[in-house]
Design a protein around this ligand. Structure first.
Ligand SMILES: [Zn+2]
Length: 487
């Protein structure tokens, strides 16, 4: 069997510093394997049952019930199994069930730079999957910082509840009927423990800080270097154990999950890049033209938060600044770009605002700072009184935190500066909201799409070349997805 042989080559002990685990389907279930052990599991009602296991399988926890805060830096190269792997069975299964899923996916160790970056994400381990989540304002109970976690699939239903979308009969991502959901297709659950049913905001503003490590953000809050987010955590609810992204813990996949409540394996947007078996072509949503049109791949029956809001309240206005999952928004940066309309740009002074004096000279830092300044500028135009009533729903995407996290690692001084600058941009928009007299009627939500893990020094190793040496023809996507049927 070519699949068995592929697994055997990639889980050979000689590659154990590179390959943390491989995941694949079996005849009646799923399998995770590493050089140290393996586990086979299958669906059993709403849950999963273990069919068999050998050695020390690369799973350690199917639930994220521990903060694991201090251990992250004490044991930065922890492999899966030593490292918590929250929701490992469910997140692996939903991914492999996709028709676009590879025959086998490699989860890389943090002991090498498979993309050449100092910080990385994409795998099941808690440092890569865990993002922050903080919300405050009307409709959010003041619980403070709680030792609890939530999941990326829970974000959209929770936002829809805050926006007053009624409970409806819907389905989950595989079509099983569900009643009392907020979105037409919904895998997640609204987080009622943080919602005050007696209050509802008039406006909801989301700030997504791409790729922000949960522990790094809370450290910045503790050090007084993210004062705007700290104030939100104090007057609302912050999930200290974080927001657990679905597999793959990557940008396009989890932005979409957060805006739809549907896992990546079911939404149509499986990852940043994949091989589309239906047309025999690779899809690369990191390429700018495709990125702008990411939602072309989103399943039509799924609702975004924008669409659910408009179903419930057709007159409501929503705005999406620099966000990929923008379908159904009334105004979106990407929609303007798609239509080749000229987009309002911030002036020089506004571009330079909130740019760290030293790190801002680094070209990568400067470039993404300008993009984020544009993002907040786009949202701000709808709040400064120049466009009539402000939107009911505003989504602002920030990318500096992810870019610098990859460049220097999640706990670097430069990433701390990116968090501080992003916090200041959040404060910039909230000041405009305050000036509009609507701050006490507005709920702000801050989260990220996935975590970020420090990666050891070392050159990338081409696993595809190793498979070819072993006589296994395949197509390798993004150095991790192996398609045996798409050569
Ligand atoms: Zn991301």
């Amino acid at each position: 069997m070519p699949l068995d042989r592929t697994e055997a080559v990639l889980t050979d002990p000689t590659l154990k510093s590179l390959v943390d685990a491989v995941v694949r389907k079996t005849e009646d279930g799923y399998r995770m394997a590493s050089a140290r052990g393996s586990i086979d599991f299958r669906r059993d009602g709403d849950g999963f049952e273990v069919v068999s296991q050998t050695g020390r399988p690369p799973v350690n926890d199917t639930v994220a019930d521990r903060p694991d805060a201090g251990s992250e830096q004490a044991d930065p190269w922890a492999t899966l199994g030593n490292h918590a792997t929250p929701y490992a069975f469910e997140h692996t299964a939903q991914f492999l069930d996709s028709e676009q899923a590879p025959d086998l996916a490699v989860l890389h160790t943090p002991s090498h730079r498979f993309h050449g970056n100092a910080g990385e994400h994409g795998s099941l381990g808690i440092t890569q999957s865990r993002a922050p989540f903080i919300a405050a304002g009307p409709g959010v109970i003041k619980r403070g910082v709680v030792e609890e976690h939530m999941r990326m699939v829970d974000v959209a239903p929770t936002l829809a509840a805050l926006l007053g979308c009624p409970k409806i009969d819907g389905v989950d991502g595989v079509g099983t009927p569900r009643s009392g959901v907020r979105l037409a297709v919904q895998d997640g659950t609204e987080r009622s423990e943080m919602l005050d049913p007696d209050q509802r905001p008039e406006h909801v503003i989301v700030f997504l800080m791409d790729g922000t490590n949960n522990n790094a953000l809370h450290a910045a809050i503790a050090d007084g270097e993210a004062p705007n987010i700290a104030a939100l955590a104090e007057r609302g609810t912050a999930y200290r154990d974080g927001l657990i992204a679905s597999l793959p813990t990557a940008t396009l996949a989890n932005h979409t999950t957060s805006m739809t409540g549907v896992h990546p394996g079911r939404s149509g947007i499986l990852h940043n890049t994949w091989f589309d078996r239906s047309c025999g072509k690779s899809v690369d949503l990191l390429e700018l033209e495709s990125m702008m049109r990411a939602c072309d791949h989103l399943r039509p029956d799924i609702e975004t938060v924008h669409e659910a809001l408009h179903r419930a309240r057709p007159e409501a206005k929503s705005v999406s600044a620099f966000e990929y999952a923008d379908r159904g928004s009334d105004w979106s940066t990407w929609a303007e770009f798609r239509s080749k309309r000229s987009v309002s740009s911030p002036g020089d002074e506004e571009r330079r605002r909130h740019r760290h004096p030293e790190f801002g000279r680094e070209p990568k830092y400067r470039y993404m700072s300008v993009i984020d300044a544009q993002s907040v500028h786009h949202a701000q135009r709808f709040w400064d009184g120049s466009q009539g009533e402000p939107p009911e729903f505003t989504f602002v995407n920030f990318s500096l935190t992810d870019d610098i996290g990859h460049f220097r690692g999640p706990h670097s001084d430069m990433t701390r500066a990116a968090i501080t600058d992003t916090d200041a941009r959040i404060g910039q928009l909230l000041e405009v909201v305050e000036a509009s007299g609507r701050l006490d009627r507005t709920t702000a939500v801050v989260y990220a799409d996935h975590g970020m893990q420090q990666v050891a020094e070392g050159e990338p190793v081409d696993l595809g070349a190793i498979l070819l040496q072993e006589g296994i023809p395949h197509r390798m996507i993004d150095a991790q997805f192996v398609y045996l049927d798409a050569v």
